[in-house]
Write a protein that binds this ligand. Structure first.
Ligand SMILES: *[C@@H]1O[C@H](CO)[C@@H](O)[C@H](O)[C@H]1NC(C)=O
Ligand SMILES: *[C@@H]1O[C@H](CO)[C@@H](O)[C@H](O)[C@H]1NC(C)=O
Ligand SMILES: *[C@@H]1O[C@H](CO)[C@@H](O)[C@H](O)[C@H]1NC(C)=O
Ligand SMILES: *[C@@H]1O[C@H](CO)[C@@H](O)[C@H](O)[C@H]1NC(C)=O
Ligand SMILES: *[C@@H]1O[C@H](CO)[C@@H](O)[C@H](O)[C@H]1NC(C)=O
Ligand SMILES: *[C@@H]1O[C@H](CO)[C@@H](O)[C@H](O)[C@H]1NC(C)=O
Ligand SMILES: *[C@@H]1O[C@H](CO)[C@@H](O)[C@H](O)[C@H]1NC(C)=O
Ligand SMILES: *[C@@H]1O[C@H](CO)[C@@H](O)[C@H](O)[C@H]1NC(C)=O
Ligand SMILES: *[C@@H]1O[C@H](CO)[C@@H](O)[C@H](O)[C@H]1NC(C)=O
Ligand SMILES: *[C@@H]1O[C@H](CO)[C@@H](O)[C@H](O)[C@H]1NC(C)=O
Ligand SMILES: *[C@@H]1O[C@H](CO)[C@@H](O)[C@H](O)[C@H]1NC(C)=O
Ligand SMILES: *[C@@H]1O[C@H](CO)[C@@H](O)[C@H](O)[C@H]1NC(C)=O
Length: 846
């Protein structure tokens, strides 16, 4: 986490370098203790009640093959489940007592809903003892995780598209609860208020979560919008890194990230975005009538730990959320047989079994291939794309040259030019550059000669130190203000090149000239206009003048969407060897760059937006909640859709084109990303860029169930014991010949096509009777044939499609194609095809 608003890529690199703090817990043997997540053999509560709930999350058929929909989840079982939960917690305690007789240990959590297990602080020796117990199936060392809009509703076409279908934003997302596993929430923000008089907005009956009440999060913080809020920090506390005054022992968001993501998905409609005194339009979540449940498990200063995240997920599922949004990813690829088998992904598998749609940020570790860390097919992974809004600022120089720049700031008075004074040339008599080599960054007004600067433009250097948070743009602005400058001009230090800089808001006129070439032009003009006394080497006359044009006005000319350089990429390099996993990731793109959304009043994650009500943030963290909100609209319209069906609706309707009608491009370098881009492949963008209107009317869906995912996991070489350890289920009862390509996903991915292969897909028609014709664009080196190529499908009916892929040309790299199903009622269903041909020697090609 800790993405400050500047430079997602760099900060992520630093996060990777972060060392986990050691545990400072005394033990009689002086052995160090660690947090372990322990899974037991007995089934968790969600399975115990499995038959009673809609846990097979699919569609059932009547005798005629028609689809029958399940009853919605009932909240009646909650009380029984709670009793079962405390029974399980006691069972955990007595197991620990029995196995670690008389020894010291500390249980942090009992998980009972999705996983039957617990998190416990023990020594390695004790962990080994536990793993030898016949009741224990799995013991895993806890690991660290991190946190991976005013205009986006318009960009996604919501007002005339998705929202207009069910009575506009006034009802969009009603009845749906989205759970956020993030840094908490600021409950005082207007994006989360409810109208007390609006009695048509009840808390959904299927939701049973509660709100913690603490000094930071007083009673009354929750309402019918914010329906649940809790925090999970036991693992962090145990490590001695939790600080109550900075991390808040409550659901309150001391970071800003959680407030931002929650409001992107489900913030109220029409909330004015006023930052640094400027009005940037009005904000709305994607599903402004959906309800928000907060499960805080991430913290600004240290990120989070799997033991706390699993507790948060377990609680969210038990409370009855419909959707879980996670803007977090593991710090590194989890070790083990395959990436699927880690406590978080396995808890999310149980959540999907309970009918919950799970959205996760794909991660900010792009742009290199294979940079994603989760490939689980039951998780919907979202990459970040740009959208079309740009705020462009510029500076007009006295030599008639205009240079572009950034910064959300007003301009100086029109038709008036002001002297440019470089900070280093306006030092006090007792300040020297030798004393303060960073004095050019304008962090302290007392270093400068006010008489020189008053009424002029102060010029300051913007270095890597700003990106690292050592220097601060707001402090520089304060300096300029204290010296009575009319504005501030930053030029880019040459060591910060090529990166994307977020527009920073300033109250006073200001600009940051970003490009190194433009900086050169600016400095040349400035230096050539100086008069310097040869004897004292002091500037005796400042000749350069300029006017700041201002960057508060947005224009929508950006060619978008585009895959951002930091968005993590597929394919999956190593899962399920000797077969690669053949699961397409990411699943989808959504807006993630320069996203305006609510900010916590005490949010400390960004110096630029500290104390502001809204912030402009970038990252796949911002993309995931867009999809969580759109999923709520789908869930509202189709309450009985399984998680896979929601994912299918989002995927098959995605667009592969940008605003200009060309292919969506992908940035392939963090330096000069716009000069290093090529058309995006499915490994960059999944199915493409989300189309909200299309996703609410998908025509056909590709469904999968928990059992399908289990079969897939059981098909991985050597996985049977791990599957048993995590799920308590025996692979013997699953069809373990199911491989990645056999899963009924709305994509086809084959990392080793040898000769020929038939892949089957089953579509279910959720719309009226329709006749489809099938078209395809074969990947190079492959011939494709889909049968039937023409079919009529009645409402509720299923159809099996056979896709024959023949290898024609050996290749070391993947090639890409697409299958399209075109209905005569206007539905278009898109399936990306990714194939690497590896023809073995033995058979000669015809
Ligand atoms: C534990 O470590 C402390 C400090 O290193 C030492 O003083 C103490 O004797 C040790 N205790 C045992 C039981 O080894
Ligand atoms: C479910 O709960 C409702 C209201 O709480 C109650 O009227 C109903 O009888 C319950 N149904 C069952 C099957 O317990
Ligand atoms: C499964 O659990 C057993 C018992 O704790 C353990 O011995 C075994 O190593 C685990 N297997 C895997 C693959 O994790
Ligand atoms: C800038 O342009 C104006 C108007 O076109 C012209 O009068 C002026 O001489 C130009 N100044 C320079 C330095 O080129
Ligand atoms: C700085 O020094 C010059 C001459 O040495 C003097 O005239 C001027 O008043 C001094 N300025 C300040 C702010 O002390
Ligand atoms: C910067 O200027 C150099 C030469 O002056 C040119 O070759 C280069 O393409 C320019 N770079 C950019 C990003 O415009
Ligand atoms: C989104 O889907 C709708 C409905 O299928 C379609 O009319 C529209 O052209 C699509 N938009 C884009 C950008 O592909
Ligand atoms: C198991 O799955 C494979 C691949 O999908 C399929 O061909 C086979 O018929 C299935 N076997 C059974 C018994 O369902
Ligand atoms: C749709 O198709 C089914 C099965 O072919 C048929 O019974 C039904 O009448 C059709 N419905 C409409 C509205 O055409
Ligand atoms: C694909 O290969 C199979 C067997 O190698 C062959 O029978 C079939 O005609 C081929 N089909 C196409 C479309 O090339
Ligand atoms: C295809 O490539 C593989 C290795 O990538 C090689 O072993 C094989 O001989 C090649 N086959 C053909 C028919 O070129
Ligand atoms: C190729 O053929 C040889 C002998 O016919 C056999 O031993 C070998 O396993 C085959 N290799 C592959 C990759 O099919």
């Amino acid at each position: 986490m800790g993405k400050n608003s500047f430079l997602v890529h760099l900060v992520v690199v630093f996060c990777l370098g972060m060392v986990l703090p050691c545990l400072c817990v005394d033990d009689p043997d002086n052995a160090t203790s660690d947090v372990y997540v322990v899974t037991l053999r007995h089934a968790p509560a969600s399975q115990y009640y499995g038959e009673l709930k809609t846990v097979d999350n699919g569609f059932k058929h009547d005798a005629s093959g028609r689809t029958q929909f399940h009853k919605p989840r009932s909240s009646n079982l909650t009380k029984t489940e709670k009793i079962y939960g405390s029974y399980i917690a006691q069972a955990h305690d007595s197991l620990l007592k029995k196995v670690l007789k008389g020894e010291k240990y500390m249980k942090l959590y009992s998980y009972h809903y999705l996983i039957n297990g617990f998190a416990v602080l023990v020594t390695q020796q004790q962990a080994e003892k536990l793993s030898r117990s016949s009741d224990v199936s799995n013991v895993v060392l806890d690991f660290a995780v991190r946190t991976a809009t005013t205009h986006t509703p318009q960009f996604l076409g919501l007002p005339l598209g998705a929202w207009s279908q069910d009575g506009g934003f006034q009802t969009a997302g009603e009845g749906v609860v989205i759970g956020f596993v993030d840094t908490g929430i600021d409950p005082t923000h207007p994006s989360f208020g409810d109208t007390k008089s609006d009695h048509s907005y009840p808390v959904p009956a299927h939701f049973s979560g509660v709100c913690e009440v603490t000094r930071d999060f007083p009673s009354g913080s929750c309402n019918r919008k914010l329906v649940g809020a809790r925090h999970f920090a036991a693992s962090a506390i145990t490590r001695g890194i939790f600080n109550v005054s900075q991390d808040y022992a409550s659901p309150f968001d001391g970071d800003g990230h959680g407030t931002h993501t929650a409001s992107t998905a489900a913030g109220n409609h029409g909330i004015p975005v006023i930052v640094a005194g400027h009005h940037f339009g009005n904000a709305s979540g994607m599903a402004p009538r959906s309800h928000i449940a907060v499960y805080k498990a991430l913290y600004k200063r240290f990120g989070g730990f799997a033991a706390d995240v699993v507790a948060a997920i377990d609680q969210a599922a038990q409370d009855g959320v419909d959707i879980i949004s996670l803007s977090i990813t593991p710090n590194r690829r989890p070790p083990g047989v395959a990436t699927f088998f880690n406590p978080i992904d396995m808890a999310l598998l149980s959540a999907v079994k309970a009918g919950i749609f799970v959205v996760q940020a794909s991660g900010n570790t792009g742009p290199s291939p294979m940079s994603m860390s989760s490939f689980s097919p039951w998780i919907f992974s979202v990459g970040a794309a740009s959208h079309d809004r740009v705020y462009s600022n510029s500076i007009f120089l006295g030599n008639n040259v205009t240079l572009p720049g950034v910064i959300l700031a007003p301009g100086t008075a029109e038709n008036k030019l002001y002297k440019l004074i470089f900070a280093r040339h306006a030092l006090n008599n007792d300040t020297t550059v030798a004393d303060d080599m960073y004095v050019g960054e304008c962090q302290d007004a007392s270093k400068f000669n006010k008489d020189l600067i008053r009424g002029n433009l102060l010029m300051c250097s913007y270095s890597i130190r700003f990106v690292l948070g050592i220097s601060n743009v707001k402090l520089a602005e304060q300096t300029a203000k204290n010296l009575s400058a009319v504005g501030i001009v930053f030029y880019m230090d040459p060591y910060v090149i090529g990166f994307q800089l977020n527009p920073i808001p300033l109250k006073m006129p200001g600009i940051l000239v970003v490009s190194t070439n433009d900086t050169k032009i600016l400095m040349q003009y400035y230096n050539s206009s100086l008069e310097i006394d040869p004897a004292s080497k002091k500037v005796v006359k400042f000749g350069a003048v300029a006017r700041i044009c201002g960057g508060l006005k947005a224009n929508y000319s950006n060619n978008a969407p585009k895959v951002m350089y930091y968005s993590s990429r597929g394919p999956d390099p190593e899962d399920s060897l000797p077969h690669e996993a053949d699961i397409l990731k990411p699943n989808l793109l959504a807006p993630g760059n320069f996203i305006w959304s609510a900010w916590s009043s005490l949010g400390a994650d960004s110096a630029e937006f500290q104390g502001e009500n809204f912030a402009l943030m970038s990252g796949t963290s911002m993309a995931a909640p867009h999809v969580a909100g759109l999923a709520a609209l789908i869930k509202q319209k189709f309450p009985n859709f399984s998680p896979a069906a929601i994912g299918s609706a989002l995927s098959t309707t995605a667009s592969q084109y940008d605003k200009s009608g060309g292919p969506i491009m992908a940035q392939r370098s963090s330096a000069f990303p716009d000069e290093n881009q090529t058309p995006a492949t499915p490994f960059d963008m999944g199915s493409g860029f989300v189309n909200a209107t299309g996703a609410l009317n998908p025509g056909l869906v590709f469904d999968s169930s928990y059992d399908d995912y289990m079969s897939f996991l059981c098909g991985i070489n050597g996985s049977a014991p791990v599957v048993l350890n995590y799920t308590g289920q025996n692979c013997g009862s699953y069809n373990s010949t199911v491989l990645g390509p056999d899963l009924n996903l709305p994509s086809i991915t084959l990392s080793k096509l040898n000769q020929s292969r038939i892949v089957q897909r089953t579509v279910l028609n959720i719309a009226g009777n329709e006749t489809y014709s099938v078209g395809w664009d074969a990947p190079s080196g492959v011939s494709v044939k889909v049968t039937p190529s023409h079919f009529t499908i009645a409402n509720g009916e299923r159809k099996v499609l056979s896709v024959l892929l023949n290898a024609t040309l050996n290749s070391t790299v993947a090639s890409f194609g697409r299958i399209g199903l075109f209905g005569n009622q206007g539905h278009v269903v898109n399936i990306p095809v990714s194939v690497t041909v590896k023809i073995s020697n033995n058979i000669t090609k015809s």
